[in-house]
Design a protein around this ligand. Structure first.
Ligand code: SF4
Length: 338
């Protein structure tokens, strides 16, 4: 348990958590929406500090971050909890604390310095705060990122982008890259199916860009829900105009999950059309995800069209870049450690 970094005292022993846009107002003993922050005697505590529920060495492509040290591994950690309630969550067993186990917060103690040491020992280039939502284990993620930077490792976040401006500004200098979910171009969807709002996520994306963090964006393409041509075009144009055409966009195939078992998996043709919309809008790198073997998994030079990185699923089969540039026309391919 660790006292939270972002909260303020309110009347009658209540506290307001200011870490994410929910701004939960909590009376004594009450938990926040994320289920892992609690008011204890007028102080707010993180109940998941250094309490990992998952840790693994993953290909960085699995995050997905296709333009950060391609072919490397990323030591990936998570605690329980999330400030969203996505009804299609693929990790709901560990993200939905209240629903899954009546607020039992599982996990084993694994300190921030354990994380950094392990990452170094097994030769990872990066540490990923991922699987659930890094914002809700902010104090742990912050300590990891600070120690990692000292040890010459980079930290990346895989996040829903639902975080307040001040904590984001504070941690950004310690983050090399982030993949942010932009789940839909539909505020109603965010409010009803996710438990958040679109504008806050767009603000986080714009702030990360301004703060110099390398960005990639993921959209889960849910059939009949988030897959309309208008939504795809709006997202692609937002990425192009506000984040820059160099920002990779990952279009991820939906599979029935959690409360969304009534839908079929995304058709491959739908993913291909969405990818085409992204490319026609002027984005340099648009990828199909969750479809191993699809041509949309590879990286192509945006100038001459040459295939420069060949992938299968999360694995790089061939990296033809020469000092980060296209081997045919010498155009630099955007990213970190390309
Ligand atoms: S981090 Fe948790 S407690 Fe804090 S405002 Fe967000 S949901 Fe509420």
């Amino acid at each position: 348990m660790k006292e939270a970094l972002y909260y303020q005292a309110e009347k009658d022993g209540a506290v307001r958590c200011t870490l994410c846009p929910h701004q939960c107002l909590l009376s004594d003993e009450q938990f926040g929406i994320c289920g892992v922050r609690q008011n204890i005697n007028g102080r707010l505590y993180s109940l998941v500090y250094e309490k990992v529920i998952a840790r693994h060495s993953d290909p960085i492509e699995k995050k997905p971050l296709f333009h950060v040290h391609p072919g490397s591994t990323s030591f990936s950690v998570a605690t329980m909890g999330c400030n969203f309630k996505c009804r299609f969550c693929q990790n709901h067993e560990i993200s939905q604390v209240r629903r899954s186990n009546n607020r039992q917060i599982s996990g084993e103690i694994f300190t921030a310095s354990d994380v950094v040491q392990t990452a170094r020992q097994i030769g990872c280039k990066t540490i990923a705060c991922t699987y659930t939502e890094p914002t809700i284990y902010y104090e742990y993620a912050f300590d990891i990122a600070r120690l990692a930077q000292k040890a010459g490792l980079q930290t990346v976040w895989i996040s829903n982008g639902y975080i307040s401006a001040a904590p984001l500004e504070e941690i950004a200098p310690f983050l090399a890259a982030a993949n942010i979910d932009l789940k839909a171009w539909d505020d109603n969807f965010y409010r009803r199916q996710v438990g958040g709002d679109l504008q806050s996520v767009l603000q986080t994306l714009a702030s990360l860009k301004r703060l110099g963090v390398w960005l990639e964006v993921t959209t889960l393409v849910i059939p009949g829900v988030t897959d309309s041509e208008e939504q795809m075009r709006s997202i692609a144009e937002f990425i192009r105009d506000e984040l820059g055409p160099e920002t990779p966009w990952h279009l991820s195939r939906f599979y029935p999950h959690f409360a969304y078992t009534h839908l079929l998996p995304t058709r491959e043709e739908t993913l291909h059309s969405a990818r085409e919309i992204g490319l026609q809008s002027g984005l340099r790198y648009v990828y199909s995800g969750n479809v191993p073997g699809d041509p949309g998994e590879h990286t192509f030079c945006y100038q001459c069209g040459e295939q420069v990185i060949q992938r299968y699923g999360f694995h790089v089969l061939e990296n033809r870049l020469v000092k980060g540039c296209c081997p045919k026309c010498s155009t630099p391919i955007d990213g970190i450690g390309m």
